[in-house]
Design a protein around this ligand. Structure first.
Ligand SMILES: O=C(O)CCC(=O)C(=O)O
Ligand SMILES: [Fe+2]
Length: 361
């Protein structure tokens, strides 16, 4: 704890400078031993999860699906039902080894444990490529209230590019995690596709569903007033499918489509959390749901998570799939250039489910 440094944060600008511009992140701020949450992290009353109905003991919970089940039909049905009713589920016995997952978590801690000068090499100002970005909050320039989170975001182009640009401290573990997860992604997409009348995942479908991949390493440090802020604000993902590895701390909440309540996603050792993103909601013409979720800040523990955002190729034009609307179903979304959609998402602060209005007819 460094009380002297904590006492130095007199003004809002000094905090922003320390966290955002000097690249210390909220991790750096947390490690000064700061006792009071700086003003710019105070979320409006209605955005603080504490004010919402969260029932930890509720009988509502997102489905947990054992993917190893030999009866493919029942697994496929469980996946598609979960995608329609919850937009979120956890998978166990998914084929990605515990070792790969543990190595990914260790590498995440290793990266965030680096000295600031090392991490800053990947900041917006210094990074050699926009495909690699170390940052804090979500879009600090667009946000009225900041989020209590630091991240490293890695857009995958090729192994060759990754070996040039990604940090040494986490490159091989992240690539292995991404590669080992691919069969699971394909399996889930095949199930989801078949249920939409997509007979096979050919090259065109693959580029719609999984043409690009971004992996984020998220770090949520201990927060002095967790009840006043958020780790991540209400949002849905812009991906087709998100595969998320979380540690044992917890804090991710999903809004139930049935009751509107915020439901906790309990950490299950060795599991992966899967959620439908906006691109899949659009391509399925609203059949699969991209659901609002958010992350609480924590007053006692540091937390990490590692989402893989499996998405269409940026240059793909996506809209409701032909297979879905050829039976006469009325399209509810228009065709959009995926990169325009992503730009729209990042231009503003997190704002619940509003991003998808961009694609409304
Ligand atoms: O940290 C988590 O559990 C979720 C993070 C998240 O929702 C995101 O990065 O989009
Ligand atoms: Fe998310």
């Amino acid at each position: 704890m460094n009380q002297t440094l904590a006492a130095q944060f007199l003004t809002r600008d000094q905090v922003t400078n320390f966290v955002v511009h000097e690249g210390n992140g909220v991790k750096g701020l947390s490690e000064t031993g700061i006792k009071v949450l700086p003003d710019q992290y105070i979320q409006p009353f209605e955005e603080r999860l504490i004010n919402f109905h969260v029932k930890e003991d509720s009988d509502e919970s997102i489905p947990v699906i054992d993917i190893s089940n030999l009866d493919e039909k029942s697994v496929s049905k469980a996946v598609c039902d979960a995608a329609e009713e919850w937009g979120f589920f956890q998978v166990i016995n998914h084929g990605v080894s515990m070792e790969v997952l543990e190595n990914m978590k260790t590498a995440t801690h290793r990266f965030f444990g680096l000295p600031v000068e090392e991490k800053r090499k990947f900041s917006r100002e210094k990074s050699l490529s926009t495909n690699v970005r170390f940052g804090t909050s979500f879009s600090p320039h667009a946000e009225k209230a900041l989020e209590w989170k630091d991240y490293l975001s890695l857009f995958f182009v090729s192994e060759a590019e990754a070996s040039q640009l990604w940090p040494d401290s986490c490159r091989s573990e992240t690539l292995e995690y991404m590669n080992e997860t691919k069969p699971l992604v394909k399996k889930l997409l095949r199930f989801l596709g078949e249920n939409l009348n997509v007979k096979e995942l050919d090259k065109t479908k693959e580029s719609f569903f999984m043409g690009s991949t971004r992996i984020n390493l998220n770090y949520y440090p201990i927060c002095p007033n967790p009840e006043l802020t958020v780790g991540v604000g209400r949002h849905s993902d812009v991906s087709s499918l998100t595969i998320l590895l979380q540690d044992e701390i917890g804090g991710l909440h999903v809004r139930s489509l049935t009751t509107g309540r915020w439901v906790h996603v309990p950490p299950i050792s060795g599991s992966l959390v899967i959620n439908i993103g906006d691109a899949m909601q659009i391509m399925s013409n609203g059949r699969y749901k991209s659901v609002e979720h958010r992350v609480l800040a924590n007053g006692s523990y540091n937390r990490i998570s590692v989402p893989i955002f499996v998405s269409p190729k940026p240059e793909s034009v996506i809209g409701p799939l032909l297979e879905v609307i050829e039976n006469g179903e009325k399209p509810v979304y228009k065709d959009i250039l995926y990169t325009d959609y992503v730009k729209h998402f990042f231009r503003k602060a997190h704002d619940g489910k509003k991003t998808i209005d961009f694609a409304n007819i």
